[in-house]
Design a protein around this ligand. Structure first.
Ligand SMILES: [Zn+2]
Length: 400
């Protein structure tokens, strides 16, 4: 990257870092189960809620306990189950229309990142009915109080229950982008391990590695603060200790609870300290080909960490110490390489592939440009890269 652009990126990131203590970060109140949620809503005298989810989740019966609890509390639950992976602006508009039509007073995003993001973005639409989504792309552009948002993650991965962001995909252009502002942080999150038990194994693997990516990218970036440092380290340790158990013994509620907690901590870390190029590349693939977000991150993570090279050695060495595979007697380089190897081993143990099907070679320059635009200048990555340099990652994961 040329020196002027690099200086611009780093100055922008330093200003953002300096502003962190001044920004209104908050964490959602955690509820343990559906009954607590129903009681809270009743207490607030909420009469109608919009449950935003997808057809698969409903078909698995995951929302039944909540529906029952709401019914018992005398709260009308309107169901919007049209969420799709990588929710589009059209679906979000439809979701907001359902909210208005049914005079709802709260959004409940129930599912993976897509359902929670759909609910968050639809809440933005309610607060800003006349502003096109694309005009709110980026950070701090919503600037309005949103309706009450409750998030119920069914995967231990995206961390959307605690983040400032909703990821949306333009229905026409397939451009995938973030809308990030403090009112998007849900007020409440229900972390109930029971509803993650029926998650298919491959999703336990990839969404869990998405959470790992959040923690690692936040940790190795230059915008770490005390709280995100603590949360990221804690998340990394919990994930290494529990992801294999959650994958191999899906009904182990202890491991499931731990993974939900880790996902929450990792979400908390990256909402303060950002992600990095793993996410930029993953988002470009999600926008273009609908590649599942967790899968893309899980596949990419070690490749990007290797490419950061010595700029990330010290932090990765620290993470290797956190998970107990290195100590201060190792050099930073040795410790970092041990950590990257541990991530690769995790991929093998969870049957995560090293390639992604469907990427077309001729699309790569455009995909890399999209990724570069997302990352620079906002993400305080350890080593800045240009679009040309980011192209390497697409070739590394291209199916032969
Ligand atoms: Zn992610």
């Amino acid at each position: 990257m040329n020196i002027i652009k690099a200086a611009y990126c780093r100055t922008f990131q330093q200003a953002m870092h300096a502003a962190i203590p001044l920004l209104p970060y908050r964490k959602p109140t955690i509820l343990d189960n559906m009954q607590e949620l129903a009681a809270m809503l009743k207490n607030k005298e909420v009469k109608n809620v919009l449950l935003v989810t997808d057809k698969d989740i409903r078909a698995h019966g995951l929302t039944l306990e909540l529906e029952e609890a709401l019914k018992k509390a005398g709260i009308n639950c309107v169901i919007f189950d049209k969420t799709v992976p990588n929710p589009t602006t059209d679906i979000i508009e439809e979701c907001a229309a359902a909210y208005l039509e049914n005079k709802c007073e709260a959004f409940i995003g129930f599912g993976g990142g897509s359902s929670m993001d759909c609910a968050k973005a639809a809440a933005v639409r309610i607060a800003r009915p006349n502003t096109p989504f694309i005009k709110m792309k980026g950070i701090l552009k919503v600037l309005k109080k949103l309706p009450l948002i409750i998030a119920i993650p069914t995967t231990a991965g995206t961390g959307s229950e605690v983040t400032v962001a909703a990821i949306v995909t333009d229905s026409e252009t397939r451009h995938k982008y973030q809308i990030s502002d403090f009112p998007l942080i849900p007020r409440y999150a229900v972390l109930d391990p029971k509803i993650t038990v029926s998650l298919p194994k491959h999703l336990t693997a990839t969404t869990g590695m998405d959470a790992l990516t959040h923690a690692v990218e936040a940790y190795i970036g230059r915008s770490l603060v005390k709280s995100s440092k603590r949360d990221a380290r804690h998340a990394v340790r919990i994930i290494f200790e529990n992801i294999r158990e959650a994958y191999n013994n899906p009904t182990n509620l202890h491991a499931r609870r731990k993974m939900l907690h880790a996902s929450y901590l990792a979400g908390s870390a990256f909402t303060t300290s950002y992600v990095g190029y793993v996410h930029c590349v993953a988002h470009s693939l999600g926008g273009k080909y609908n590649t599942p977000h967790g899968l893309a991150n899980a596949v990419l993570l070690p490749f990007v960490l290797e490419e950061y090279g010595k700029s990330a050695y010290e932090k990765l060495h620290q993470l290797a110490c956190v998970i107990g595979i290195s100590d201060i007697h190792d050099s930073h380089e040795v410790g970092a390489k041990k950590f990257i190897e541990a991530v690769k081993q995790m991929k093998r143990d969870l049957n995560v592939p090293d390639t992604i099907d469907g990427i077309k070679e001729e699309d790569i320059p455009e995909l890399a440009k999209t990724a570069e635009k997302e990352g620079n200048p906002i993400y305080p990555v350890p080593k800045l890269m240009t679009a040309k340099e980011l192209e390497k990652f697409y070739y590394q994961i291209l199916s032969k």
